[in-house]
Design a protein around this ligand. Structure first.
Ligand SMILES: [Zn+2]
Length: 465
C-alpha cells in the first residue's frame, strides 16, 4: 500500500472492551506511540472500502475523551463531519477513548452488511464501524487488543485461531486500513472451524437458525482452492470467512449481502436462508459462486485496483472510475476459476450459462442506465452501488462480459497459451510492484505486456458506450 509507515514503527494500540455478556455497546480506546500536538482530530469512518456508499458511523459514537501524556483530560469538541477536535493549542494528545452503541447502529442501518451487532450470546464487529483514527497516524501499524467476558470465545480475523481464545484476543495490522478492514466475533454463540485447504482457512459462524458450518466450510475451501490455483499463490497468510445467520431486526432490514476484505469476507444471511447438504444443487452452486466471487476480491481490487481504492478516503466515499473492473472482472475471475476446476466440457457449459445469466440481468435494466458509458456510471455508483442496485448490476454484468471478451481475444490472439488469467496475475504483480492504483488508460498496455496480445479495440468499444 502506498501509505506505508517506516519499518519497525511502533503501533497505535487499540483496545476494544465488551464489559459484560448482554452489553450492547463497546468501549474503544487508542494510545498513540508518541504525543501528538493538539488540537488533533479523531476521525470515525463514513465510507467503507468497496462499500460504495456513505455510512455515518460517527452517529453511534459517544463519550469521546482525550488525555495528555500525563493522563490529564483534554478538551474535546464535536466538529463538522465525522470529526472531534482533541485538546487545545499548547497541549498534546496521547490517548483517546469513546463508546460505540452497537444496538443503535444495527437498528438504524437496514443493510445487514453495513452494521456491527450485539446479541445476548454473540457480538460481531466490523472494524470500520467501530475504529477511528487520530488524523496523521493512519499509516502506522495498529495493535488490536480485545477484552470480553472471561468465558467468551474471541476471534479477530487479524490472527484467527480454532478454537478461539477465551476472554481476550489480540492481533496486528499493517496500518489503520488493515485494522478497519478486519472483523471481530465473540460470544458463546460463536463457532470457529479450521478448514482444510491450500491456505490456513477459518470459518467463523453464528446462527440464529439452522446452520451446517462443516458443509459451509467445505464450500469456502473449494472456492478458496479454485482462486489460489487461478492466481498461482495466496497473498495472505490466513483467511477467515465470517458467517452470520440472523433473525431480522425489523421487516425493513435486508439480508443476503456479503462483504469482502483483505484477509476475510463476511456473509450476512437471514436465519432461514442457510444452505446445507440437503439444499437443491442450484442453491449449493449459487452459494459456492458467492464465496468464490468475494474471495476473488482479495486479489481484485484489494490487491490490484484502480485509482481511488488506496489510500482510502474514510470521510467521503471516493469517486471511482473502475467499479466495472473491480466488480465485473472479479466476477469473471470467479466464473473462470470455478470452470477450471470442472471437466472441460462442463466448465465450458458453466461459463456459458453464467455469461448468459449476466445478459439476462442486463436486459432487465432500464436502457438509460444500461447504456451509460462505464466510467461515468462507475462514478455515479461510487456512492449508490447497492442503494440503486441497477447501477451495481449494470457495472458487474457489463464488466464481466467485457472480461469474457478480453479472454476470448487473448486466447485467440495467442493461439491458446495465454488467457485472461495471465493478465489478472500480471495486474496483481504490477500493483504490488508499483504500490498505486492503475489508470484506465494504462490498462490496454498492461494487458499487452501480460499476454503479448493487442486488445486496445476491445477496450475502446466497451468503454465508449
Ligand atoms: Zn463484488
Amino acid at each position: 500500500m502506498a501509505h506505508a509507515a517506516p519499518p519497525g514503527a511502533s503501533p497505535v494500540v487499540y483496545r476494544v472492551e465488551l464489559a459484560r455478556a448482554g452489553a450492547t455497546s463497546v468501549a474503544v480506546s487508542l494510545v498513540l506511540p508518541a504525543e501528538t500536538e493538539a488540537p488533533a482530530a479523531l476521525v470515525i469512518p463514513r465510507a467503507v472500502p468497496m462499500g460504495y456508499s456513505q455510512l455515518e458511523y460517527d452517529r453511534y459514537v459517544s463519550d469521546v475523551a482525550a488525555f495528555g501524556a500525563g493522563g490529564e483530560p483534554l478538551a474535546v469538541a464535536r466538529e463538522e463531519g465525522p470529526r472531534w477536535r482533541l485538546g487545545a493549542a499548547g497541549s498534546s494528545v496521547r490517548r483517546v477513548g469513546y463508546r460505540v452503541d452497537l444496538a443503535r447502529m444495527e437498528r438504524a442501518i437496514f443493510d445487514a452488511s453495513g452494521s456491527s451487532r450485539a446479541r445476548p450470546r454473540y457480538v460481531g464487529l466490523l472494524g470500520y464501524s467501530v475504529f477511528g483514527y487520530v488524523d496523521g497516524w493512519q499509516a502506522r501499524p495498529a495493535r488490536l487488543e480485545i477484552e470480553a467476558p472471561g468465558d467468551w470465545p474471541v476471534l479477530t480475523t487479524l490472527a484467527p485461531t480454532a478454537p478461539p481464545a477465551l476472554g481476550r484476543a489480540a492481533g496486528d495490522a499493517a496500518d489503520f486500513y488493515a485494522l478497519a478492514d478486519s472483523q471481530v466475533a465473540m460470544g458463546p454463540g460463536l463457532s470457529v472451524l479450521r478448514v482444510d485447504g491450500r491456505v490456513p482457512l477459518y470459518l467463523s459462524a453464528y446462527s440464529e437458525g439452522q446452520a451446517d458450518p462443516a458443509f459451509t466450510g467445505g464450500l469456502v475451501a473449494r472456492a478458496m482452492d479454485a482462486l489460489v490455483s487461478y492466481f498461482g499463490s495466496a497473498p495472505f497468510p490466513h483467511y477467515t470467512a465470517v458467517l452470520e445467520l440472523l433473525r431480522p431486526v425489523t421487516p425493513d432490514h435486508e439480508y443476503g449481502f456479503s462483504m469482502e476484505h483483505l484477509d476475510s469476507s463476511h456473509y450476512f444471511f437471514a436465519a432461514d436462508e442457510a444452505v446445507g447438504p440437503a439444499s437443491p444443487a442450484s442453491e449449493q452452486a449459487r452459494e459456492l459462486f458467492n464465496f468464490a466471487h468475494h474471495i476473488a476480491h482479495a486479489w481484485i481490487p484489494k490487491r490490484a485496483y484502480g485509482e481511488g481504492y488506496f489510500p482510502f478516503s474514510w470521510e467521503l466515499a471516493p469517486l471511482l472510475d473502475t467499479i466495472w473492473l473491480s466488480e465485473g472482472f472479479a466476477r469473471y475471475v470467479a466464473i473462470d476459476a470455478l470452470a477450471d476446476t470442472m471437466p472441460e466440457s462442463e466448465g465450458r457449459a458453466y461459463r456459458k450459462a453464467k455469461l448468459e445469466g449476466l445478459r439476462t440481468t442486463l436486459a432487465e435494466i432500464p436502457a438509460f442506465i444500461r447504456e451509460m458509458p462505464l466510467v461515468p456510471l462507475s462514478r455515479i455508483a461510487s456512492t449508490r452501488y447497492s442503494e440503486d442496485f441497477r447501477t451495481g448490476m449494470t457495472l458487474f454484468a457489463r464488466g464481466a462480459l467485457f472480461a469474457a471478451e478480453l479472454d476470448e481475444r487473448i486466447r485467440a490472439g495467442s493461439g491458446g497459451p495465454k488467457r485472461f488469467r495471465d493478465a489478472a496475475r500480471y495486474l496483481v504483480a504490477w500493483s504490488a510492484a508499483h504500490q498505486r492504483g492503475f489508470r484506465v488508460d494504462e490498462l490496454p498496455g498492461l494487458f499487452r505486456e501480460a499476454t503479448g496480445v493487442e486488445t486496445q479495440d476491445v477496450w475502446e468499444r466497451w468503454l465508449s458506450h
